[in-house]
Design a protein around this ligand. Structure first.
Ligand SMILES: NC(=O)c1ccc[n+]([C@@H]2O[C@H](COP(=O)([O-])OP(=O)(O)OC[C@H]3O[C@@H](n4cnc5c(N)ncnc54)[C@H](OP(=O)(O)O)[C@@H]3O)[C@@H](O)[C@H]2O)c1
Length: 365
């Protein structure tokens, strides 16, 4: 199956305006891709925080199945290729959170619908090209519409952006930012695998102050994590944080690494999908993300740890959406997380993320 093919239910979806009760108040937030693995975490997080999710996605039957767990929530099926159905899905809501990847296929139509509706758009893309397209193609229209558009509010992307922004502090310009992620394993979802196959673009890094292609083969190195992960063999593997950070932080070199064990897992076709081990549906996966900012031989380091990279995406994107709707977002247009919000305040508000304080150190040589 190619990624642009849609299940039969999608064709029917566009003909169905809405199923289930209509949203009643301005606490309604559309979750597109609501029945996906990440979408489900986002729906649960919205409810936990008192929002009313509107369940949307291209497959009416999958929405109906999800709706059995949430009979009070509106369901609005909409194919990504049907602008009218997307408009109906977003009607009367305060924001849309797009959890349907590959975002190379879904971001543009949903952003256009959000701008027509005059509501903020957020997604969870890890894809660099999808994030880059959003900045390059939708910035003017979003500013003109007075709407905030935030790509990559997720584990890969937004979390590193916020950590780097906080670690920068008052520094306006830095020599280098390094992002290092260690996972004790990575059981990928079907969406992760599909997105990997769909995204054939060469990855990018920041080198000499501008976006450049990641060398092939990707550089390898060791990284010593402060916590239980200790020393890990790493591969340079940048995600959407490269795009967002490079839009608002002045940095000459930006390099992101993933531990080799996680990369081997995700590249192995036999690695199973994540399995829930707790009442929140999280897998047992542990993560640590460290960010080091370098300037004039000095370093600042900040680390975040937690459980399940898919699950932690939900509080990230819901916190961002909440701040936009509450009026705590600095501006309109396409924005990176660290540009839109007070990074330290945002990170401190995140449930399920253990933060280590910034350390100030002299570079050893
Ligand atoms: N940046 C991060 O850290 C981060 C974290 C979590 C997830 N993600 C990304 O989020 C995406 C979803 O991941 P997941 O784990 O939730 O996967 P998943 O469980 O497989 O869910 C994928 C969802 O996307 C929908 N979808 C895919 N292509 C679509 C299209 N062309 N039109 C409409 N809907 C479409 C699927 O609908 P159907 O079932 O109808 O196909 C499904 O609802 C992936 O791209 C993943 O990389 C990123």
């Amino acid at each position: 199956m190619t990624v642009t093919q849609e299940p039969r239910a999608a064709a029917e979806a566009s003909a169905i305006e809405s199923r289930g009760p209509e949203p009643s108040a301005s606490r309604c937030v559309v979750v597109y891709g609501a029945y996906g693995h990440t979408g489900r975490f986002v729906v649960a997080e919205l409810r936990r925080r008192g929002w009313t999710p509107v369940l949307s996605g291209r497959d009416a039957a999958k929405l109906a199945t999800l709706g059995e767990a949430y009979p009070a929530l509106a369901r609005r099926p909409a194919s990504i290729s049907d602008a009218g159905a997307l408009d109906r899905a977003l009607a009367g809501t305060v924001a849309v959170i797009n959890c349907a990847g590959p975002f190379l296929d879904t971001a543009t139509p949903l952003i256009e619908a959000a701008l027509r509706a005059g509501i903020p758009y957020l997604d969870v893309t890890a894809e660099q090209q999808a994030a880059l397209d959003v900045f390059e193609h939708h910035g003017d229209a979003a500013r003109h519409a007075g709407v905030a558009v935030l790509p990559g509010l997720a584990f890969y992307g937004g979390l590193a952006d916020l950590l780097a922004t906080q670690a920068m502090g008052e520094w306006r310009e830095v020599d280098a930012i390094e992002v290092a992620v260690a996972l004790d394993g990575w059981h990928p979802t079907e969406g992760t695998r599909l997105t990997g196959r769909r995204n054939h673009y060469r990855r990018r890094v920041v080198a000499n102050g501008r976006l450049d292609l990641l060398p092939d083969p990707a550089p390898q190195r060791d990284w010593t994590f402060a916590g239980p992960f200790g020393m890990q063999p790493m591969v340079e593997l940048p995600f959407s944080e490269t795009i967002t950070i490079s839009r608002h932080l002045r940095v000459r070199e930006l390099h992101s690494y993933l531990n080799r064990r996680a990369l081997e897992d995700v590249r192995d076709a036999g690695t199973p999908a994540p399995v829930a081990v707790d009442a929140q549906g999280r897998s047992a996966q542990r993560f640590t993300m460290e960010v080091i900012v370098h300037r004039d031989g000095r370093q600042r380091r900040l680390a975040a740890s937690g459980q399940d990279i898919y699950a932690i995406t939900a509080p990230l994107v819901v916190e961002a959406m909440t701040r936009i709707v509450d009026g705590r977002c600095r501006g309109v247009g396409v924005l990176a997380a660290g540009e839109a919000f007070d990074a330290a305040d945002f990170l401190a508000a995140l449930p399920g993320v253990e933060l280590e304080p910034v350390r100030f150190a002299q570079c050893a040589g």
